[in-house]
Design a protein around this ligand. Structure first.
Ligand code: NAD
Length: 419
């Protein structure tokens, strides 16, 4: 039992246990690799629009500082707790190491439903959260980014607040900022584009014709909408989409550019069409070539895993598949090609890394260069994962996580234990 205990942290711990057994990591090294270096809880009081004061709880977990600063998103959601944030920080560590970035993992969040507060309250809360975090973060300590419920605007407020306290503009304190405030071209699209790019690579490998292929996307926020748009651009029919407000289905293929425009204006897919409404509970198990979960963690349990009817599971979300579901998917390896989250959605942190590098150097790249370099890194990590999985007869998730864990472990062993 620890302060982190809960369903999401327990899942990250179980996954790590599988990897540690596979790599035969001695037991006395395991806690050092798994447990976060630092966890911060803050109270963020703000003035509500009606003049009252409300206090929101915020968190930041920094998993390890062995390879460089920590890096990770900030989630604003009513379900956020310290265990979930810790799990997300741990996954970030394995992800950054897998793709070769000089970062440890971090994650942060506030327990708030951003849909229930005004824009002015959101700005106040974002600024207060960053102000509370100033002693613990920095461009070479911990660099924040967006995640569920946050966006470029929130990152701009974070950057501005940090900069005001330092007395100079420090764009490299956060990534995922607007391009007008030191952000990079291609970051907004990076995660979804990476998901679609890897899914296409697998479809080509499986000799599935893109023009006749279908896709289903759960979640239509930053990751889901750009993944859907890119799959649509590749010629796939995106037949099903859902978000927290409901689901849409069209066997002939949804008009994804129109749906994306609608969601950008209205904040969700609600109100797009009454004829195309569908049962959200049925979306994940629709027959399709590519299934992209791009919303919450733990949505694919063992029951759903048994009923999946996709050829490629491209995990846009972090932690969408439970360890029990993984055991089912291990049995279905010949039917379903899993692109695990820490690889599949890593385009986001890869381009965040490019943004940090550009901000530090004050030298900005063309979008073409950003995307080309993103795909190069994704291809390299994909090749490593597939080779390792084949060589050792393990799942893609085990192979990907093992590569990440090995890199962190090697750095810890060579650096030694201080003092
Ligand atoms: P977002 O806030 O932009 O979008 C989240 C989407 O999920 C929304 O469409 C929302 O309606 C939907 N959703 C929420 N609850 C749902 C439910 N119960 N059923 C169906 N849909 C639901 O968030 P995002 O940035 O797109 O992040 C989505 C996932 O991708 C998260 O797991 C996040 O950690 C992961 N991720 C994000 C990035 C990034 O760059 N933004 C990078 C890597 C991983």
């Amino acid at each position: 039992m620890s302060v982190y205990s809960g369903p999401v942290f327990d899942m990250a711990a179980q996954q790590f246990g599988v990897i540690a057994d596979y790599l035969a990591i001695p037991f006395d090294e395991r806690d050092r690799l798994l447990l976060p270096k630092r966890a911060i809880t803050v109270s963020c009081p703000i003035h509500r629009d009606d003049g009252s004061v409300a206090v929101f709880e915020g968190y930041r977990v920094q998993h390890h500082l062995t390879l460089g600063p920590t890096k990770g998103g900030t989630r604003f959601a009513p379900s956020v707790d310290i265990g979930e944030i810790a799990a997300l920080a741990i996954w970030m560590s394995w992800k950054c190491a897998l793709v070769g970035l000089p970062y440890g993992g971090a994650k942060g969040g506030i327990r708030v439903d951003p849909a229930l507060i005004s824009r002015r309250e959101l700005e106040g809360l974002s600024r207060r959260y960053m102000q509370e975090m100033i002693p613990f973060v920095g461009p070479h300590t911990d660099v924040m980014a967006p995640d569920m419920g946050t966006n470029e605007q929130v990152m701009a407020w974070f950057m501005d607040t940090y900069s005001m306290y330092q007395g100079q503009t420090i764009t490299e304190i956060v990534t995922g900022k607007p391009v007008s405030s030191g952000g990079t071209l291609g970051r907004r699209e990076a995660t979804g584009r990476g998901v679609a790019y890897l899914a296409r690579r697998v479809l080509n490998h499986l000799a599935i014709d893109l023009a006749g292929a279908t896709a289903v996307v759960q979640g239509f926020g930053n990751v889901g909408s750009y993944a859907a748009l890119e799959l649509h651009n590749f010629g796939l029919k995106v037949i099903g989409v859902n978000d927290h407000t409901g689901a849409l289905y069209d066997g002939a293929g949804l008009d994804i550019p129109a749906l994306a425009r609608h969601a950008a204006i209205h904040g969700s897919i609600a109100g797009y069409s009454s004829e195309l409404q569908y049962d959200p509970a049925e979306v994940l198990t629709l027959r399709c070539d590519v299934l992209v979960p791009a919303a919450l963690e733990r949505v694919i349990d063992e029951n759903i895993a048994e009923n999946l009817r996709c050829r490629v599971l491209a995990e846009g979300a972090n932690g969408p598949t439970t360890p029990a579901a993984d055991r089912v998917l291990d049995q279905r390896q010949d039917e379903i090609f899993v692109i695990p989250d820490i690889l599949c959605n890593s385009g986001g942190v890869v381009v965040s890394y490019f943004e940090w590098v550009q901000d530090l150097q004050q030298l900005f790249w063309e979008e073409e260069e950003v995307t080309r370099r993103e795909y190069q890194i994704l291809d390299r990590a994909f090749d490593l994962m597939v080779k390792r999985a084949r060589q050792d007869g393990v799942s893609h998730r085990t192979a990907a996580m093992a590569i990440g864990v090995e890199k962190v472990r090697a750095a810890k062993l060579t650096r030694g234990l201080f003092p």
